[in-house]
Design a binder for this molecule. Structure first.
Ligand SMILES: [Zn+2]
Length: 437
């Protein structure tokens, strides 16, 4: 029987080795990580490991401890990482160095840490002869960061039987946040917003820039629309995640308009997230107009990063956007790239209860609080394909404060405390016992 100390060393070593495999996406090359993980799992006696790939160099690894006909649980994680520029780092980004009790390197947080913890929880259960009542599944998937169809999206479509599951644990939550009143909350994401970017093509009439009155400057017209978007505050509305959060933290659910002012004194960080979950958000982020300084542009394109509430669709908000933009400026609105994500899982589930139990046992007095994810993760593929109850939860200990950790994701000097890895393994083992015993 492995002790928790053994598992801590095991998971630390595995994260270090995973970080050293450069899976920068593009091009990904996730097969090298999948092979490392297969070797690790096979050494623990798991022979049910399968590399499944659309192209040979971008393999997904799926392993299984078969169970009875009870509900199944999937430990999900992606093995690809985003680009790292060594010039910005204090250690080489693919060194996996252990320094000051932390593993350093690209993917240390997002998300080779969780992939390694998934593997160690899975392997340790197998070594102990764990007999699940339903399948326990491990999946290390490719291409989450770029989403070009080699990872979970493709598996759900081409090999649904290997990833179909009733419950899933993925990235996207787990931050331990200390409230100003001394209590700690562990945030878990149970839903995600839909991303639905749009472009506004603002019209004008070109002319020589030396005589402004001769033309109608599309760029100047666009600034009026940008101001209106920036000033717009949608009517706040409560979804089940914010309701669940307020109930968990305050013991009651205030009206939507009071959520941010209630939360801000306890946690400014949480208040910013809650604010983004009370309605759709519209952030103008890109603009392009004239190609020459001396030509007044006839056209100006403004791109807006737009995130809708789970369950909302572009056609639901387009009339509001048009009303905000007004009628005095000539423009066209087009949705670009389509709409993605926007799924949710219910809160009244055995997996949520397992999460509450783990938090209560790990830190008496701490609170498990649900939230929706403002971005999105691979969880939405599972929710869409199989109706899976998918939560984002990889608990942190707070050794690295959440506001610091958040700034390291996709950035320089990404690192994770060993204590977080240990907490992650503990949570995953707890969840497997709770759902599958
Ligand atoms: Zn990620």
């Amino acid at each position: 029987m492995s002790t928790l100390v053994d598992l801590r060393e095991e998971v630390t070593d595995l994260v270090q080795r995973l970080v050293r495999v450069d899976t920068t996406n593009p091009p990904g090359n996730e097969t090298a990580a999948a092979e490392l993980l297969r070797e690790y799992l096979e050494a623990s006696g798991i022979d049910n490991c399968e590399l499944i790939a659309r192209t040979p160099e971008r393999a997904n690894l799926v392993a299984r401890i078969p169970g009875g006909d009870g509900p199944s649980l999937l430990f999900l994680g992606h093995t690809d990482v985003v680009l790292a520029d060594p010039a910005e780092w204090s250690v080489p980004p693919f060194s996996g160095e252990l320094r000051d009790g932390m593993v350093w390197g690209r993917g240390a947080i997002d998300m080779k840490s969780q992939v390694a913890a998934n593997a160690v929880a899975f392997a340790s259960l197998a070594r102990e002869g764990f007999k699940p009542s339903g399948d326990l599944i491990f999946a290390a998937t490719a291409d989450e960061e770029n989403g070009t169809g080699f990872g979970l999206e493709w598996l759900c479509e081409a090999h649904p039987d290997v990833v179909r599951c009733d419950f899933s644990i993925n990235e996207g939550g787990g931050d331990r946040v200390e409230l100003e009143d001394g209590r700690a909350i562990y945030q878990a994401t149970v839903a995600e917003k839909m991303t639905a970017p749009f472009r506004i093509l603002v019209k004008g009439r070109s002319g020589h820039a030396s005589m402004p009155r001769i033309a109608d400057n599309a760029l100047v017209n666009a600034t009026r629309l940008i101001d209106r978007i920036a000033d717009y505050r949608p009517e706040p509305q409560l979804g089940p995640e914010v309701e669940g959060f307020m109930q968990a933290v305050f013991g009651e659910v205030p009206p939507a308009a009071e959520v941010v002012e209630r939360a801000a004194p306890l946690s400014p960080v949480a208040a910013v997230v809650l604010d983004a979950l009370l309605g759709p958000t519209f952030s103008p982020t890109m603009i392009s107009a004239s190609q020459k300084r001396n030509v007044i542009p006839a056209l100006c394109a403004v791109e807006v990063d737009c995130r809708l509430m789970p369950g909302q669709h572009p056609e639901d908000v387009e009339p509001t956007i048009r009303a905000v933009l007004g009628e005095d400026v000539d423009y066209e609105l087009e949705w670009v790239e389509g709409a993605h994500g926007g799924t949710r899982s219910p809160l009244d589930t055995p997996l949520w209860r397992a999460l509450e139990e783990w938090v209560a046992e790990t830190e008496p007095g701490a609170i498990a609080a649900p939230l929706a994810c403002v971005g999105f993760t691979d969880s939405h593929w599972l929710r869409e394909a199989f109706g899976t109850v998918a939560y984002g939860f990889f608990p942190t200990t707070g050794e690295l404060p959440p506001e610091v950790a958040a700034g390291l994701v996709h950035s320089a000097d990404e690192r994770i405390p060993v204590s977080d890895l240990e907490a992650g393994v503990s949570w995953l083992r707890h969840a497997a016992h709770a759902i599958l015993s």
